[in-house]
Each structure stands twice: as C-alpha cells, then as structure tokens.
Write a protein that binds this ligand. Sequence first.
Ligand SMILES: NC(=O)c1ccc[n+]([C@@H]2O[C@H](COP(=O)([O-])OP(=O)(O)OC[C@H]3O[C@@H](n4cnc5c(N)ncnc54)[C@H](OP(=O)(O)O)[C@@H]3O)[C@@H](O)[C@H]2O)c1
Length: 290
Amino acid sequence: MQKIGNSRPQLMPSGFYPFYVWQYCKTSQFHHTRYGTEPESGQVLYEHLNSQGNPKEARERLYVTSKVFHSLKHGISVKDAVNDALRRLRLDYLDLWLIHAPFLPESVDLKQVWRDMEKLVDDGTVRDIGVSNFRISDLDILLASANIKPVVNQIEANPYLQQPELKAYCDKKGILIEAYSPLAPLTSAPGGPLDPLLEELATRHQATPAQILLRWSLQSGYLPITTTRNEQRMHEFRAVAALPAHEFASGPSAPGQLALTKEEVDRISTVGSQMHVRKFWQKEFGHPGN
Ligand SMILES: NC(=O)c1ccc[n+]([C@@H]2O[C@H](COP(=O)([O-])OP(=O)(O)OC[C@H]3O[C@@H](n4cnc5c(N)ncnc54)[C@H](OP(=O)(O)O)[C@@H]3O)[C@@H](O)[C@H]2O)c1
C-alpha cells in the first residue's frame, strides 16, 4: 500500500464525473441509503449500462459515489455497509466511498473506520475513499494514522460559506474539496448581497446566475456538486465545465465558453463573505461562524 497518496489523482483536473451520472440518472450523486436513492439509482444504472455496446467500458466512464454514516452508528461494519450499497446500486465496485460526517458516537473509532475504508481500496471494492463534513481537527486525527489520504472532503461551500482555513488546509494536504450546496445563495438566501453582482455577471457572460456560481466554485478550486430535476438546468450546469477550471477569462465569455475573470472571482468572494449561510448540519457545527 502506498503511504499517503491519492489513488487516482488524475481524476481531479476534470472532476466532472458527477455530471455524467446526472445525465443518465437524473439524480445528483448516488447517495447513502438515508437519501433512499440507491435502489432507483441501481435500476437506472443497470438499464443504462446494459443499453451500451460494452457495459464494462460504459461503467468506466461513470464515477459513482456513496457514503457511510448511519450504518456505523448502528454497529454495521464498513465492509457490510459497502456491500449493501453495491447490492442496491447493482454494481461490483464504487468509485468513491465517503464517511458522510465525523459526527459519530464516541464508541466508533474513526481511525479504525478509516483503516477499514483503506482495506476496501486494497481489495478493489472501491477505487477512492474520502470524507465529508470533516473539520481541520477531524482531518488531523485521521491523517495522523492514515495510509491512504482522503481524495476529497465533501463540505458545504459557496460564496456565503467559503471556509478559507479549511480550504487552505485541504489544498496544502492535496485533498480536493467537493462543494455541496453551491447554489445556496440563490436557493437559501435570495435577496442577499450577492444577487445584484450575480445578475450583472450573468448578463455580461450571457449565462445564468446559477452558472456564475458554479463557475466561481470551479475557478476558486472547489469541485461543485449540485442537483436538479430540471432538464434545461442539467444542460446549463454541464456547460459550465466546457472550459477547464484553471481557465480565467480576460473579458466577456464567448458563447458556450463560460469563464470568469480573476477580478470577477475575487469580487464574488468579497461580496459573499459579507453573509454567512449554512443549510446542513447546523446543530453539529454549532457556532454560527463555523
Ligand atoms: N455530504 C453532505 O452532508 C451533503 C449535504 C447536503 C447535500 N449533499 C450533496 O450535495 C448535492 C447538492 O446539494 P444541494 O441540493 O444543497 O445543492 P445546490 O446546488 O445548492 O441546490 C440544488 C437545488 O437548487 C435548485 N436549483 C437549481 N438551480 C436553481 C435556480 N436557478 N433557481 C432556483 N433553484 C435552483 C434545484 O432544484 P431543481 O430540481 O428545481 O432544479 C435543487 O433542488 C446533493 O444532491 C447531495 O448529494 C451532501
């Protein structure tokens, strides 16, 4: 086993596999059973893969994520939990398996859970492992004894919840931040200070405010994960990734080539930092500034 290394670092620059999953399944990622979407996702996956000339090759083009959390609270082993997920998803491996949150009972030994996750990489049950909602203190504990570094930390992040210290920590350690709720400024805090700027930039780049937010996320070094049941939005969201994340514009975007300038990214960050919004896990994160 490689000491502290991402198993598939080449995944990161493109990082848009979840978009492909959407295309076929019209759900966002594949979720932990708490969301209850694994069986229906499994059915859609099965139908999709078997409609392709070469199902094995088609499977390689998908990046399927699921998470473990409640099983751990109920004393179910990591191995049993992933096997249950695989059965429901009708797959023989997962691309990414996450610890959903560090908010586990004291009886659960996080280091042991991570060792069990690592074994799944070793035996090929999952290709990558990661964490979600981990703070710096949680990552410190995990990294102290990890052999395989988490590929991602999936956290709530958008201009109203930038978490610069956690972002800097993860950047330094080479852990990609997957940003969930990237559209919260539109969906949870309409009327907030960003609204006029998002409208201005959407007009300038002939895009929608949601696309501007996703592009901000990408160009700021996050990997946004969103979801929609609306087919038009699905196309809009996929178009955001037409240009690589590191590509900054020098003026208004050409059609279908959305990119923000460095100054625009910075303006969104500055205005966004005037407001704090957290939608999920509020009780666990406690202090409103967290
Ligand atoms: N790890 C965790 O603890 C955790 C917690 C929460 C979420 N997540 C993950 O993150 C994913 C995304 O989270 P999220 O749903 O909070 O993300 P989001 O991208 O902030 O919000 C998506 C929602 O916004 C709506 N929407 C999209 N465009 C819109 C627009 N232009 N105007 C108004 N509403 C719009 C969508 O509704 P329509 O369907 O109508 O387009 C959808 O319900 C989830 O599916 C889940 O996988 C993880």
